[in-house]
Design a protein around this ligand. Structure first.
Ligand code: PMP
Length: 449
């Protein structure tokens, strides 16, 4: 098969073997039994290789916030590829990352004025952790080496990210982890907050868990706390009302940096550019990726406060710099995609969509209450989760079963983690898409029962 004339064919043909591609977060042997292959996408829909239209309830993997194949983004990538395909950004550069960083600074929470480019969420997390450690070192507090994450936290798959992360399966084969890491308790409490709409009412006291760790380890050893304002991968765990503010206060009291991992909440998912703004809590560092380029080209970014940046810039000349970077930091194609993505978000006011449609979304998802095995429903912005009861004494997870049925029988893309079905649709959706998503999800849940 000649390389290019058959690209289209290769993209739609069902493969005979799937083992050569070692699939991420997937057991190849399981996938072979029920392959789910996507050939193309536009707007709110994917098209599968067997010709079905699949409604995208998850923005790909929480990343296609402006929907698929948006012409402005496609054009920007195409034009950039023929103009400047690659340029180093170590000790030299090209204009685009400078332009992009200014655009990002303009939408970031106040004071987060500096942007370090990466290629993924995992790289953003490891970058932020390294910046936090080096920052304390640069200020003469090099004994602050301890990092604090949270149970159920997901911070990507780098060694830093899995160490501060709290997803057992992602950690257990890869020990020993980074030393000196501890974890806050998670905030999921179905007994007290089950079927609550929006932020949980109960659980602010869980923020005091940070004081417990401060007492245990001594504040002078702690560099940073990292949390997702809303965690997606753990099955949509929401922060109780007031919880994030309290974490901020405790961090301030003890000189600890606060990092928000906004890889999924960034770029409009909860009604503002960042969840930090929606919750009125400003961290010292924010990690992002995904929606930054609408998923069209891999890219991540870490936002840092002026205070952090200055610690590296105002020391003795040459004494301290951040020895860190990626070959593709500020890649021209990624920058072009990100700039066109920001234009699209702004022109179409997409960041406001999660507030405009939030009430309709909330009513629609909570209408699933009472369906068989539904034990909790959680929502915030344009994020939703339906938790199903675990199957007792029978093999296989009910969530995975539902996820497969949604795809094959209802032509609906959802995510599943364990028995939680998670939703994060493109922000271009209309009310009729919301109706369609939840009609199909209801049918899926009934069929899974
Ligand atoms: N942090 C969070 C909060 C995430 O949700 C994810 C991905 N789902 C990551 C980090 C890792 O991002 P990536 O897969 O791009 O490395």
């Amino acid at each position: 098969m000649s390389p290019s004339d058959d690209l289209a064919h290769q993209a739609t043909a069902a493969p005979e073997h799937t083992d050569a591609f070692w699939m991420p977060f997937t057991a190849n042997r399981q996938f072979k039994k029920t392959p789910r292959l996507l050939a193309s996408a536009e707007g709110m829909y994917y098209r599968s290789t067997d010709g079905r239209e699949i409604l995208d309830g998850t923005g790909g993997l929480w990343c296609c916030n402006a929907g698929h194949a948006r012409p402005r983004i496609v054009k920007a990538i195409q034009e950039q590829a023929v103009t400047l395909d690659f340029a180093p950004t170590f000790q030299m550069g090209h204009p685009l990352p400078f332009v992009l960083a200014e655009r990002l600074k303009a939408i970031a929470p106040e004071g987060l004025d500096h942007v370090f480019f990466t290629n993924s969420g995992s790289e953003s997390v490891d970058t932020a952790l390294k910046i936090a450690l080096a920052y304390h070192r640069a200020r003469g507090e090099g004994q602050r080496t301890r990092l604090i994450g949270r149970e159920k936290g997901y911070h990507g798959v780098g060694f830093g990210g899995i160490a501060v992360g709290g997803m057992v399966n992602n950690r257990k084969f890869f020990g020993p982890m980074l030393p000196g890491v501890d974890h806050l308790r998670h905030t999921l409490d179905i007994a007290r907050n089950g079927f609550n709409r929006g932020l949980p009412k109960h659980g602010i006291e869980l923020a005091e868990d940070l004081e417990r760790l401060v007492q245990l380890h001594d504040a002078s050893t702690i560099a940073a706390v990292i949390v997702e304002p809303i965690s997606g991968s753990a099955g949509v765990v929401l922060p109780p009302e007031g919880y994030l503010k309290r974490l901020r206060e405790i961090c301030d009291k003890h000189g600890i940096l606060l990092i928000f991992d906004e890889v999924i909440t960034g770029f409009g998912r909860v009604g503002k550019a960042f969840a930090a703004q929606r919750f009125g809590v400003t961290p010292d560092l924010i990690t992002t990726a995904k929606g930054l380029t609408n998923g069209a080209v891999p890219m991540g970014a870490v936002f840092a406060s002026g205070r952090i940046h200055d610690a590296f810039m105002h020391g003795p000349e040459g004494a301290i710099e951040l020895f860190h970077g990626y070959t593709y930091s500020g890649h021209p194609l990624a920058c072009a995609a990100a700039l066109a993505t920001l234009d699209t978000y702004q022109e179409e006011n997409l960041f406001e969509k999660a507030i405009e449609l939030g009430g309709y979304w909330e009513d629609a998802i909570h209408a699933l209450k009472g369906l068989p095995n539904v034990i909790d429903i959680r929502n915030f912005g344009l994020i939703g989760a339906v938790e199903l009861a675990a199957r007792e004494g029978a093999p296989g997870s009910r969530g995975y079963d539902a996820f497969q049925r949604a795809f094959h029988e209802q032509n609906l893309m959802v995510r599943c983690t364990g028995d939680v079905l998670a939703l994060s649709p493109p922000l271009i959706l209309q009310k009729e898409h919301i109706d369609r998503i939840f009609d199909r999800l209801a049918a899926t849940i009934r069929a899974t029962a």
